[in-house]
Design a binder for this molecule. Structure first.
Ligand code: FE2
Length: 332
């Protein structure tokens, strides 16, 4: 219970305690004694502005905050919430997921087939400047399934280092390189199925090459698309605040092999920065650890989930029963 604030911490059965007894994620609801945030969007916006430093410190401590029970009804309400936080907007230049703008800073979440899982990832970890924060909004509550599981990245690093110390040391030294084949047209069957024209916001190959080069990425043109090859990128990062190491990479979502046969892509691949392949056993263990450690809270209409993208990986479980409409906003 947080007194004196328009927010109160509530507990859900899915939350997991961290080492320092902080729950992951933090769940905030309107404070019942000062309950105008429960009925008026403007009161919620004002509360966010007034308590922004506190909310940011909570986000740093727990990694993610779920706002539940606030009057966020429409995509434009969600845009107002994002604006109230006032974090700078990130352009989706170079992003691989098919998504479209809904209103203001609000986009559809990945538009790939909802009955397919999206493996765990830090948003845009395959680019040099990924977003630091992500907002998700539940516009239409899933009929069944379709959760957005989240997991603390430093836990994944620790567990993987225990299981595969040599490989993790190699990743730390050389980083990882990602290859993504982007077609001439968007492909909704894949969660990285954005066409190169959408990825680089142009249909001019020279402009696409210039934009790719700015991100340290090379393009190799093919008959029906292009191979987008990243330079080696750090696969482990250090959280500034805590000094903890995080599993900051797209190995689980970019790897293509027997371990990811059911969930993976056919248009992406990952290798170690020195050109060594990634072993299937490593990925098998990685997927197991992610599954064991994650938290999946079923979406409720109006939920807003704020994720620290530097601390937390997210994924999407397959939708069992429609509908489901989750919207996102990415911040620098
Ligand atoms: Fe994502």
């Amino acid at each position: 219970m947080t007194t004196g604030k328009p927010f109160q911490e509530v507990e859900l059965p899915e939350q997991k305690p961290q080492d320092d007894h902080v729950l992951f994620p933090t769940v905030l609801s309107p404070n019942t004694s000062t309950n105008s945030t429960a009925t008026e969007l403007t009161a919620f916006e004002e509360a966010i502005k007034a308590h922004k430093p506190w909310l940011e410190s909570l986000l740093l401590k727990s990694g993610a905050i779920l706002f539940r029970g606030f009057p966020v009804v429409s995509p434009s309400d969600f845009n107002c919430v994002v604006e109230a936080f006032g974090f700078p907007e990130l352009s989706y230049m170079g992003g691989a997921a098919p998504r479209t703008q809904v209103v203001g800073r609000v986009y559809t979440a990945n538009e790939s087939r909802l009955d397919k899982e999206i493996p765990f990832h830090h948003e845009m970890a395959y680019l040099p400047d990924p977003p630091t924060k992500l907002f998700f909004f539940c516009d239409e509550e899933p009929g069944m399934g379709g959760e957005t599981p989240i997991v603390l990245s430093h836990i994944i690093y620790e567990k993987m280092k225990d299981k595969h110390p040599d490989f993790v040391a190699k990743m730390e030294e050389h980083g990882l390189m990602y290859t993504n084949i982007a077609g001439d047209n968007d492909d909704s069957s894949s969660h990285t199925g954005r066409s190169w024209k959408s990825v680089y916001k142009t249909d001019d190959k020279n402009i696409a090459e210039e934009r790719a080069a700015k991100q340290g990425t090379k393009l190799k043109w093919m008959d029906n698309g292009v191979k987008i090859i990243s330079s080696p990128l750090p696969a482990i990062r250090i959280e500034e605040e805590s000094g903890r190491k995080t599993w900051f990479n797209s190995l689980a979502s970019g790897y293509c092999g027997p371990a990811t046969e059911k969930t993976g892509n056919h248009n992406t691949s990952v290798e170690v920065g020195n050109g060594d392949p990634v072993s299937d056993d490593v990925v098998k263990d990685l997927l197991k650890v992610l599954k064991e450690e994650c938290v999946a809270i079923p979406w409720k209409k109006g939920d807003v989930l704020l994720v620290n993208n530097l601390m937390v990986l997210h994924s999407r479980r397959p939708l069992v029963k429609p509908p489901r409409r989750i919207l996102v906003s990415l911040c620098k």
